[in-house]
Design a protein around this ligand. Structure first.
Ligand SMILES: Nc1ncnc2c1ncn2[C@@H]1O[C@H](COP(=O)(O)OP(=O)(O)OP(=O)(O)O)[C@@H](O)[C@H]1O
Ligand SMILES: [Mg+2]
Length: 458
């Protein structure tokens, strides 16, 4: 018989680990020493404890692992509220169903539901004893195994049986999202590439299209591996070729695999030649519509297509807005960006007129995304709130809940380089791969959750 648990015995984090988790909870919940691991590192994530209800050797966490539980111990003086978002990041990134969070004085159990977590149980350290049956019912080894075997018998009732659901949903459900503002430097490209990585990490198959002649997205996703134009391997196969040919250059041939995010995404590169080719493309009858047709051909290969656009009202911006289903308008919310919203609205109106002629429904505006926002506390508390309210009432466009703040990590991950011999080659990675637990990575994760909800793909 195990001795009862007394919260006052835990005076620091390591006593919470040893006295509450190792000596009490794990054995009470039926986890023998061979079924749990302490200090588990998965990529850049470090878990205090990982316990398996079903023994999996070797354990694979990026696959569906609903029978694993993570337990995080904190110092008794720590407020658990401050650790929920980290736990959420762990459960979602590693696809774990349950997470226990405790500082000895309080015990909480969170359950993952698709892209968010919910509090499933909470009690004080003193009550752990009396609530043990309830805790066992949720995360006890036997109970989890039992639920899993029922799910195997009746797969249709399984919560975690997502692959089948999403397989059926996947048919014809590829969604196209353009990221556009006619004002330059507001964070469009930064949004496209990091949102792409965040969506990919949620299991979505992502294609990015760079419709900007600056080719910043192409660069940011690590496709520009040459440091001399003589070795430019993009000039002969990029978005221009897709738009210029009715019968050749399908997306499947032009899209390149990018490892700037893990898992990988695919990118149709842009190129500086788009500038000189704009006039020629403008004269082609089909150049405005060909992208719709070519994307239709890959609708089963991707879940989401993100289109990066130039800060302009040019042909490429038009093609992006004609092709897309949804629109996100990143904005630093400063006066010029705000005034530019009038142009954006007029542009959308004229594009919607064109869409009507081709029997395409109007663009669905997901909203303005506050981006590159100063983290200055006073600004965030007063000015930011004020600006957001004013913008939605003045321009009649909804402002999204997610906010992308100005963060050094974002610039750093984009500037990463690789040294090969004496050559320096750009080796950018997404902020989610650069620093998965950074605030910036979490902001993009929240953005991805909001986008998935708004486009009905969650
Ligand atoms: N949230 C952020 N925090 C820090 N730096 C940022 C942030 N967003 C963007 N930047 C930086 O600001 C610059 C402009 O950003 P970005 O290229 O994403 O804007 P853009 O709207 O795509 O510009 P353009 O209109 O020229 O295509 C880049 O150097 C980028 O690294
Ligand atoms: Mg850009």
């Amino acid at each position: 018989m195990l001795s009862p648990f007394k919260p006052e015995l835990c005076r620091n984090e390591s006593e919470v680990e040893s006295k509450l988790i190792v000596q009490y909870l794990l054995p009470q919940l039926g986890y023998t020493p061979d079924t749990w691991h302490q200090e588990v590192a998965v990529g850049s994530i470090r878990l205090d404890f990982l316990a398996f209800a079903a023994q999996v050797v070797p354990f694979v966490l990026d696959a569906n692992s609903p029978l694993s539980i993570v337990m995080e111990a904190k110092h008794p003086k720590q407020n658990l509220n401050n650790h929920v978002s980290r736990l959420r990041h762990y459960l979602i990134s590693l696809n774990l169903r349950y997470g226990l969070l405790t500082n000895g004085k309080e015990v909480r159990i969170y359950e993952k539901f698709q892209y968010d977590i919910k509090l499933a149980f909470q009690c004080s350290g003193n009550d752990v004893e009396t609530k043990l049956e309830e805790i066992k019912g949720l995360i006890g080894r036997e109970s989890l195994n039992h639920r899993q075997s029922i799910n195997n018998l009746h797969p249709q009732i399984s919560e975690e049986n997502q692959p089948n659901n999403s397989e059926t949903k996947r048919q014809n459900s590829m969604k196209i999202v353009a990221i556009y503002h006619n004002k330059g430097g507001v964070g469009k490209t930064t949004t496209v590439v990091n949102l792409a990585a965040a969506l990919r990490k949620k299991g979505k198959r992502v294609l990015v299209i760079d419709l900007d002649s600056q080719a910043n997205t192409t660069f940011a996703t690590g496709l520009i591996k040459f440091d001399d134009e003589e070795f430019d391997d993009i000039k002969d196969s990029n978005i221009y070729h897709v738009l210029n040919s009715e019968d050749f250059y399908p997306i499947s041939e032009v899209a390149r695999k990018s490892n700037f995010s893990n898992p990988e995404i695919y990118v149709v590169p842009g190129h500086i030649n788009l500038i000189k080719n704009e006039k020629e493309l403008n004269e082609l009858d089909y150049s405005r519509l060909i992208l719709i047709q070519k994307l239709e051909a890959v609708k089963d290969q991707y879940d989401i297509v993100l289109i990066d656009t130039p800060p302009s009202l040019n042909l490429y911006a038009k093609i992006a807005l004609i092709t897309t289903d949804y629109l996100i308008i990143p904005s630093d919310l400063k006066p010029f960006a705000n005034q530019g919203l009038t142009n954006v609205k007029e542009f959308i109106k004229s594009i919607n007129g064109f869409r009507k002629q081709i029997r395409k429904p109007p663009i669905e505006i997901i909203g303005i995304l506050a981006s590159k926002i100063s983290t200055n506390a006073r600004f965030v508390q007063s000015t930011l709130k004020n600006r957001i309210e004013k913008i939605s009432s003045r321009y009649g466009i909804n402002v999204m809940d997610a906010v992308i703040y100005e963060r050094e990590d974002l610039a750093k991950c984009a500037e990463k380089v690789q040294i090969i011999g004496d050559i320096e080659i750009a080796d950018p990675i997404s902020v989610l791969d650069f620093k998965p637990s950074s605030t910036s990575a979490q902001e993009f994760e929240l953005l991805a959750i909001e986008v998935l909800q708004k486009i009905g793909l969650n």
